[in-house]
Write a protein that binds this ligand. Structure first.
Ligand code: F58
Length: 805
């Protein structure tokens, strides 16, 4: 868009008055932020309206990406960049004595996600807008997000994330487009004109109120929409009778019970009530989403028979898989279709991405629960299941009861959502080559046997606009200085950097930028934690959800081992290292929470030990989110991607670190394999068991952790230190971790990979001392990172799954 500095200044000053009732002199930072964000939204509005109009006219396929998570990050700076007016605003604000970055910092980040799955949804939204694909995100507007993580006495404590405390400057509430979502009750079946009619009665209604957020395409005048739904009571805000009797809590009981649906992401579902809430959230999302899509499609005048030619609904993991029976319900009960046609339309409309092979993350719902809260949906799932089992019976598996019950959607009083998603969709994709292979050959083998054409791979990607252009502006600008700005539109041209990987002048610039980013991070640490870290040490970072399979404990063991070596010989020549951790543990996940305590206890001990002469530091940075990631990625020298091989579906942090020039230490897992294939073995540090070996160990149970513990004295020492008072905690504090590794035979093969990990880390120590070589590796990583742009991934989804390009 075009706006000059004078116009911007005038608009901004007027906005401060109209929006906040203040002149610059009286305005505080919050006033300035809201004025600027609101002005930016005004600038966006024209393109938003035009885009929607164009999409209606163009008759192109519309893509709806259903996801329980959207980790979009702060929007002010990225929106200004996408509009192409960041510099003008920066200059204009400077003339007014204001600093854009200081204003932007005050924005609250929407905590609408947990991990890679949620960030992927955000990168995909960004790419769809930039490629001009009519893509809509559909999610939930959790009032309190995931949770805010605070570290207290070394432990994670959870607090409500009050990101909506003031207002969300980007959203537009659209109450007139609200839809009713029905829970509970019963279904009456009648017969009319030779057809069965299903009438849902005595249900409880909840209103899904949409809030639309603009997703601004990069300098292309296109603005897509992220629609977030919020739960409200249908009519009665509170009960007058109880209120007048002074029973205020009772008076508002219904309201809070209803609104709780969109309060928090991932309520603890170790209890029945948490499970019910989670089920309600999932149905709330898909029912309101699908109803709105069908309504808006009908307005276009086309026949619903053609729905799937103009609409794709993509489900991000199985959480929105109830979209399948919901679409069938609408087509049959409300639009008068017969089963066969409703089934065909649905199957051709829906596609599904699998993000994990971890058994505990494969969703299953108790039959009684679905029957009670979603009676009509249950009937439809039953029908799908019956027809599917018949199909199996009539084809391959005639007589094979075991196989059929293993593959059934409903078995043992449970509904298997992955099976529903596979049967009811036309495409199932994994998120990296190895992951897809494991789905095809192992986890979902039986389904691959009968539906090979449905399975495909789409390796994840990241938005280079957020993960380079925005978060590392100095690096972005030096890249453009050397290879021109074309990489911004076609990230694969980052490859042109290879020409400069031996250019001392270019490498020095890359070095200085890394140092600048490290200093920036070190300043934050000093300010927030009063800990001094050495910007000349290696910044070695592991930032991701805390989970046993991601093996933060392996990282910790290596640090403890280094520490032990230094205690033995304080003059040992170890290149100074700062180990940085960040990530949240699921509130009910005991070992993950203990791991956080372990990292902090180790930090407490090491950071205060003068004997090791500041050679090691260990930090846990609290409340990992997109904003923190944007600070961490550019500051990293080493990227830790050390999951148990076969367990990390893809990983996307690996791509973000690489794009910012960090060197990866990794197992050959998920997308690490594809990264290694691109950069070559000289530019990544690989260690650990290969997929085949891991699968073999699991299959034949050939691993015995106690043997390794007894054989490797370094490991034995470190492990004993968990329970012998070495750390500043009670002796049994880390017994859970200790037992999981020895008594429970180390399910994630930490001990098995320890030795090779230490070797790989020694290699890093050596390599880093060779500055020229290190920088060459760093440049090579940046150069190949363009291959992992989500633009490329989205192009593949659009062509091969959605038929939209
Ligand atoms: C992640 N999954 C995968 N799930 O772990 C990662 O390998 C992959 O790169 C990424 O998806 C994108 O494909 C993930 O983030 C969750 O957060 C689950 C959500 C449901 C509860 C359990 C965690």
């Amino acid at each position: 868009m075009r706006v000059n500095k004078d116009q911007f200044i005038e608009d901004f000053v007027n906005k401060l008055v109209s929006k906040r009732g203040k002149k610059i002199k009286e305005a505080n930072l919050l006033d300035k932020y809201y004025a600027l964000a609101s002005l930016t939204r005004d600038y966006i509005a024209e393109y938003w309206v035009n885009t929607n109009e164009r999409y209606l006219k163009d008759n192109k396929k519309q893509i709806y990406y259903f996801s329980m998570e959207f980790l979009i990050g702060k929007l002010l700076i990225s929106n200004l960049m996408s509009l192409g007016i960041k510099e003008v605003c920066e200059d204009g604000l400077k003339d007014l004595g204001l600093d854009l970055n200081e204003i932007a910092e005050i924005e609250k980040e929407p905590g609408l996600g947990n991990g890679g799955l949620g960030r992927l949804a955000a990168c995909f939204s960004d790419s769809m807008a930039t490629l001009g694909i009519p893509g809509y995100g559909v999610g939930i507007r959790y009032k309190y997000g995931l949770f805010q993580q605070k570290i207290m006495e070394g432990y994670q404590e959870e607090f409500p994330d009050q990101w909506l405390k003031y207002e969300n400057a980007w959203e537009i509430k659209r109450p007139s487009e609200s839809v009713e979502v029905k829970f509970g009750g019963n279904v009456i079946i009648t017969q009319k004109d030779n057809r069965l009619k299903f009438v849902h009665e005595n249900y409880e209604s909840i209103l899904a109120v949409p809030y639309d957020i603009p997703i601004v395409g990069y300098k292309n005048n296109i603005v897509n929409t992220l629609r977030l739904l919020s739960a409200e009571v249908m009519d009665k805000e509170f009960d007058y009778y109880h209120f007048n009797k002074g029973e205020y809590t009772k008076a508002f009981e219904d309201k809070y019970n209803t609104e709780a649906i969109s309060y928090v992401l991932y309520p603890d579902d170790s209890y029945e009530k948490g499970k019910i809430l989670r089920l309600k959230q999932e149905y709330f999302l898909v029912s309101s989403g699908v109803q709105s899509i069908v309504e808006s499609f009908k307005k276009s005048g086309k026949h619903l028979k053609e729905f799937y030619k103009y609409v794709s609904i993509h489900i991000n993991d199985t959480h929105p898989a109830l979209a399948i029976p919901e679409l069938i319900r609408i087509l049959i009960d409300e639009e008068g279709f017969g089963w066969d046609e409703a089934w065909k339309i649905t199957k051709h409309t829906i596609s599904y991405t699998n993000h994990t092979i971890m058994a505990e993350a494969l969703e299953k719902w108790n039959v009684d629960m679905i029957k009670k809260f979603l009676p009509r949906i249950f009937m439809i799932i039953e029908e799908i299941n019956e027809r599917f089992c018949k199909e199996l019976w009539n084809t391959k598996y005639n007589g094979d009861f075991d196989k059929i019950s293993e593959m059934a959607i409903i078995a043992d009083n449970q509904i298997k959502m992955a099976h529903l998603a596979i049967v009811g969709s036309h495409s199932i994709n994994g998120v990296a080559k190895l992951h897809t292979e494991i789905l095809k050959r192992k986890e979902l083998k039986e389904f691959y046997n009968i539906y090979p054409e449905k399975f495909n791979n789409k390796t994840n990607g990241i938005s280079h606009r957020r993960w380079l252009l925005k978060c590392n502006p100095k690096l972005a600008s030096v890249i453009s200085e050397y290879i021109g700005p074309s990489w911004i539109d076609s990230p694969e041209s980052l490859m042109n950097l290879l020409e400069f990987k031996k250019d001392p002048c270019f490498k020095e610039k890359i070095y200085k930028i890394k140092q600048y980013n490290k200093n920036k991070f070190a300043n934050m640490v000093k300010e927030k934690y009063s800990i001094e870290i050495n910007p000349n040490s290696i910044f070695d970072i592991q930032a991701k959800r805390i989970h046993e399979y991601k093996r933060q404990v392996l990282n910790v063991f290596h640090i403890m081992h280094l520490y032990n070596k230094l205690l033995e010989n304080p003059n040992l020549d170890i290149y100074p290292r700062t180990f940085i951790f960040a990530g949240k543990a699921a509130p009910g996940y005991y070992i993950a929470k203990e791991t956080i305590k372990l990292i902090n206890s180790l930090g407490k001990k090491i950071n205060n030990d003068y004997r090791i002469k500041d050679k090691l530091k260990v930090l846990f940075i609290e409340d990992y989110n997109i904003t923190l990631a944007e600070l961490l990625m550019p500051a990293a020298d080493v990227s830790e991607q050390i999951s148990t091989t076969t367990k990390e579906a893809s990983g996307t942090g690996n791509m973000k670190f690489m794009m910012n020039g960090a060197i990866t230490i990794a197992t050959l897992d998920g997308a690490n394999i594809e990264i290694a294939n691109e950069v070559g073995e000289d530019n990544i540090i690989i260690f650990g068991l290969k997929a085949k070996e891991v699968l073999e160990i699991y299959k034949n149970n050939t691993h015995n952790s106690i043997d390794i513990y007894n054989e490797d004295i370094r490991l034995k020492t470190v492990m004993d230190e968990l329970i012998n008072g070495f750390l500043p905690v009670s002796m049994d504090e880390f017994k859970g971790i200790y037992d999981s590794l020895l008594k429970d035979n180390d399910k994630y093969l930490v001990l098995k990979d320890f030795c090779d990990y230490v070797r790989a880390q020694e290699k890093i120590d050596k390599l880093y001392r060779n500055k020229s070589k290190w920088l060459e590796m760093s440049v090579t990583n940046i150069a190949y990172s363009g291959k992992f742009s989500s633009d490329k991934t989205i192009e593949e989804y659009a062509k091969e799954i959605w038929g939209a390009l």
